[in-house]
Design a binder for this molecule. Sequence first.
Ligand code: 6PG
Ligand code: NI
Length: 193
Amino acid sequence: MQDYPYTFGISEGIPTHYDNHITRTLSVMAGQFADQGAYDAALAEGDELLYEVYELKRPEVAGELLHGISIVHPGLVGDEYFMTKGHFHAELETAEVYYCLAGEGMMVMETPEGDWAVEELRPGRVLYVPPRWAHRSVNTSRNQDLVTFFVYPGDAGHDYGTIEAQGFRKLVLQKDGRPQILDNPHWRAPAER
Ligand code: 6PG
Ligand code: NI
């Protein structure tokens, strides 16, 4: 980490400079894919790589901007596309910007009050995730990586537990070869929890 302005390039989705390389495999997604049988069968075949994050390290304080590259690989668990764990920011009132560099996908989002949104990610498109909105990237391509650049406030932090416990309200499944947005049968309205 340096406290001097810097630039970096992005070569085939990988930043030319980074501090952390995080990899997430199937086994970190227990309970997240809708088809538990398909998940168990896939895991029995091997703990496949689902996505990777390249982070540029910055102090985790207000005023800083954490940034990096997220790469979700293509694949399916049953009918459900490979996706990130997804999270609320621990500091709920913090936003995030994504810029799609390659591939095709969707960002599934929701608020603690139960509002939801799904936006498409395409190369050259920018997505603004306002404060309060949990976010999960889904790769809807069958053969290409979904590559996004992200930036969010240094003090945001991550709340993974809420999504681990309740899932997202909407699922993105492949139906007739195309992505479809469906209700998650396991999701419960906040008032019912
Ligand atoms: C963040 C960003 C983003 C995200 C990755 C992986 O707040 O850190 O939303 O960098 O971490 O896309 O997704 P998960 O953090 O949900 O595994
Ligand atoms: Ni985030």
